[in-house]
Design a protein around this ligand. Structure first.
Ligand SMILES: [Zn+2]
Length: 433
């Protein structure tokens, strides 16, 4: 019945991941310390040539005309603020040393010229001078299109929505550790699709720590550096039982829930224990379309979450999160939903309580529709990596107390660290950015 896993373990799915990046071969990882393996090129080949540059004194803008006839505009103040000279920038840190106290935010411009090597050279009224490379300027063009393209390159916010027809992208665990192309393809798919399956990890504890070092480091929480999902007596979390876990995100009791989750199967139950996942961003957009009032309610009301107990140390955590977290422009940024840790303290005006429950019910019904859910069964050695800000995941009930004890090891990371590694890998692999 678990056709998703069958699909995800197909060679076609694996192939898909490998095709995501250019196939140039890079060196192998040393035994540890690994991160990004190839050296990042010190010099990149310039592609943009400047035909002409002139001051627009009235508007206090520099106009740059490119070889293809297009133009970009740069404010005087911004150019002065971003001077690269050794007085204005600490070269070793690539960080600004010019103080805002010393920046004249109404500066004029004395002179502009194009140098022999096609840089823009500016002289300021105080005789300070600055030089700017064409590629550097082009990347920072202020046109809405250029800004949007640059933001997409930095944050990869475009996502591929999916439903039950998803073929979960798959990669080989050791390849991801040992090959920059494979690691980049893994992280790109993790960002775009939200879930990637890694096959072939040894079925023993400690593999998530290795994978965490490939990125940088794991995120420590009150459940430890990594945590063991097992049926435990006096469980301090509903995950540590054999019961069904309904679709949820992990740790909305934190104001900054972990961005990425790793789960590694060490032992599977003889019966049951299948995993379920749904694309929370897709579900939120469906809700916005099908039940706008529910969407507005869940994206505006702050709900209390609580988590109390003892594990890595004792804890008493409280948070207020919107179940559908949107940015200032209404784009869905994060889903925060875990029914187990949703607090009985409900800080809402009494006349909004029923609206809240009806809205949540509408959202949960949507995500439980069979056409939206992907089901798979992890086998020992399998490792799943997914976007915990986006996916909701669950588990079916399993029979406990048989010959084998179901055991998953879990770990968290944050998106800042994962995206950092992705950008460095992209630079190393593509050698041109
Ligand atoms: Zn300077």
């Amino acid at each position: 019945m678990f056709s998703s896993l069958a699909r995800c373990s197909s060679r076609a799915a694996l192939h898909m991941l490998k095709e995501a990046v250019c196939p140039s071969k890079l060196g192998k990882v040393p035994s540890f310390g690994h991160q990004t393996l190839a050296a990042i090129p010190a010099h990149t080949v310039g592609r943009n040539a400047i035909r002409h540059a002139q001051m627009l004194e009235q508007k206090r803008l520099l106009q740059v005309e490119w070889d293809d006839g297009s133009c970009s505009f740069y404010p005087f103040t911004w150019l002065r603020d971003n001077c690269h000279c050794p007085l204005c920038m600490l070269q070793s840190a690539q960080a600004r040393s010019l103080l805002l106290a010393d920046l004249n935010v109404h500066t004029g411009m004395n002179q502009v010229q194009i140098t022999d090597n096609n840089k823009v050279s500016i002289t300021w009224p105080d005789e300070h001078s600055s030089e700017f490379e064409p590629d550097w300027l082009k990347k920072r063009c202020f046109s809405p299109e250029a800004r949007q393209a640059r933001q997409e390159e930095l944050f990869l916010n475009k996502r591929e929505f999916w439903d039950s027809a998803l073929q979960i992208p798959m990669a080989d665990f050791e390849e991801v550790l040992n090959d920059d192309n494979a690691a980049l393809a893994w992280l790109m798919a993790l960002r775009r699709v939200g879930i990637v399956y890694l096959k072939g990890a040894p079925a023993e504890q400690g593999q998530l720590a290795r994978l965490g070092r490939r990125i940088g480091y794991l995120r420590l929480t009150f459940y430890g550096h990594t945590w063991q999902v097992q049926d435990k007596p006096m469980a301090n979390n509903v995950a540590y039982t054999s019961g069904k876990l309904s679709l949820h995100t992990d740790y909305p009791a934190l104001h900054h829930p972990p961005g990425v989750q790793f789960l590694h199967c060490l032992q599977q139950a003889e019966q049951g224990g299948e995993s379920e996942v749904v694309d929370g961003f897709h579900m939120a957009e469906l809700l916005r379309k099908e039940d706008p009032e529910a969407f507005n309610t869940l994206s505006s009301l702050y709900i209390d979450y609580t988590d109390t107990g003892s594990d890595y140390c004792d804890f008493s955590v409280q948070s207020k999160n919107r179940i559908i977290d949107v940015d200032s422009e209404g784009r869905v940024m994060r889903v925060n939903y875990n029914n187990a840790t949703r607090d009985s303290v409900l800080d809402l005006p009494i006349d909004q309580v029923q609206l809240f429950y009806s809205s949540l019910k509408s959202f949960v019904k949507l995500m439980n529709r069979p056409e939206n859910m992907v089901t798979y069964r992890m086998e020992p050695g399998d490792l799943v990596t997914f976007d915990n800000w986006r996916l909701l995941h669950g588990r079916r009930h399993y029979a406990s107390g048989g010959r084998t004890l179901r055991h998953l090891e879990g770990a968290y990371l944050d998106w800042d660290e994962v995206m950092s590694r992705l950008r460095i890998l992209r630079k190393a692999v593509h050698r041109d950015r």
